[in-house]
Design a protein around this ligand. Structure first.
Ligand SMILES: [Mg+2]
Length: 394
């Protein structure tokens, strides 16, 4: 089949706050073939600039819009998606947003291809089995230790055996304040696995991060996530050396496989967390999952948007036997909940798996998203660049 149209749907909550909640807006992507079949994906990035990266006029031969590598191309097999991925890398090498835009398009291509071939994406990736994962509740620290305690307790009462707290000022104030938050988190989650996300708060300051290691050891944290900027490989390596018990985790900021591989090669991380909507899509995620497994590093998805993106990320590492944890966004916005017609829910053993229906296997509910859609018009010299996206919501 031939890829004939790519449409973007920019949706946002009525009020977007400064909270580190990535589900407050969304950029959905619909890819259509010439014969009317369609697939859906989601970019985890700023929607407006991501749309612009698809339609922007070319600047030169290797600074072309993403559309130049996609529209009119053939799609018959996974090899075609890999070919287009390489074309985007080459043709849009000087367009930094291209990877984010391509991630959602790539996801939608897998959905379209799987639907046409009657196979779930995990099978198309070559996995022989779809291994259920243990979801961890991904939560923000409360404004007070009491609030953190309550959030942790609620997650465990809901059934989670692992809980992660992050952001909310952790690492920015005193050690005492962090200790109070960590102790409240541990008390709240009781015996459950506990992870902590520092959200790059310490930049490259290894001492500031290392000062928290004894506090994390005290509450038996499984991992400390994103202590530093994702490019600070030496800082990661030094902290890893100083933290034999609490593992380092990171990788969600990667917008290509090499960034994630370098954190493994040079940063000493023991958990690599990949956002399929940011890193280049499902194929790029699978590449990292294979690399991590070979290096003895545990692959975990990074998911903080809709269950469409969550399902896509689950396909990427469905068959990785050593990767048993799955980030499960437990506090999504009303918008993110509206994106899909159904939700992934943990089974009786409180595990989640990639869908087994063809494609990504979870349907988008555009009617439910309609109230959140933003009208976008990108013009150059009076000509509307995103003419297809203009049809959104009308
Ligand atoms: Mg994180």
């Amino acid at each position: 089949m031939q890829i004939s149209a790519v449409d973007f749907f920019y949706a946002a909550m009525p009020v977007v706050t400064l909270d580190a909640d990535g589900s407050q807006d969304a950029l959905l992507v619909r890819v259509r073939s010439a014969d009317g079949a369609e697939g859906w994906g989601e970019c985890e990035a700023s929607p407006l600039v991501s749309i612009a990266a698809f339609v922007t006029p070319r600047s030169h031969g290797v600074c072309q819009p993403v559309a130049a590598s996609v529209i009119g191309e053939r799609l018959e097999s996974p090899a075609d998606i890999a070919r287009l991925s390489e074309n985007v890398r080459r043709n849009s090498m000087d367009l930094l947003q291209a990877a984010h835009t391509w991630s959602g398009v790539e996801m939608a291509l897998w959905d379209l291809l799987g639907t046409q071939l009657g196979a779930p994406v995990w099978q198309l990736l070559g996995y022989k089995q779809n291994i259920a994962k243990d979801p961890y509740a991904s939560l923000l620290f409360g404004g007070t230790p009491e609030e953190t305690f309550e959030r942790g307790r609620a997650a465990v009462e809901a059934g989670y055996g692992a809980v992660k707290f992050g952001w909310g000022g952790f690492g920015a104030g005193s050690l005492d304040a962090d200790q109070a938050q960590l102790r409240a988190a541990r008390e709240g989650v009781s015996e459950a696995k506990l992870m902590v996300d520092a959200g790059q708060i310490w930049g490259e300051d290894v001492d500031a991060a290392a000062a928290r290691i004894p506090l994390l050891e005290e509450v038996n944290a499984l991992w400390l996530e994103e202590p530093f900027s994702p490019y600070a490989y030496l800082a990661h390596a030094e902290l890893a050396r100083r933290s034999p018990q609490v593992a380092l985790a990171g990788g969600e900021a990667s917008h290509n496989p090499e960034m994630a591989k370098n954190l493994i090669r040079f940063g000493g991380i023991r958990f690599v967390q990949i956002d399929t909507g940011r890193v280049g899509g499902i194929g790029a995620s699978k590449e990292i999952a294979d690399f991590a497994a070979a290096e003895g590093v545990t692959y975990v998805n990074h998911s903080f948007t809709s269950h469409l993106a969550l399902a896509a990320s689950l396909h990427s590492f469905a068959g990785q036997a050593t990767s048993t944890l799955c980030e499960f966004p437990a506090g999504l916005s009303e918008l993110a909940k509206a994106v899909t017609a159904t939700a992934l829910v943990p089974d009786e053993q409180w595990q989640v798996s990639a869908p087994t229906a063809p494609g990504i296997g979870i349907a988008v509910n555009l009617d439910a998203v309609a109230p959140y859609l933003r009208e976008v018009e990108l013009r150059v010299d009076g000509a509307v660049l995103n003419a297809a996206a203009m049809s959104v919501g009308k």
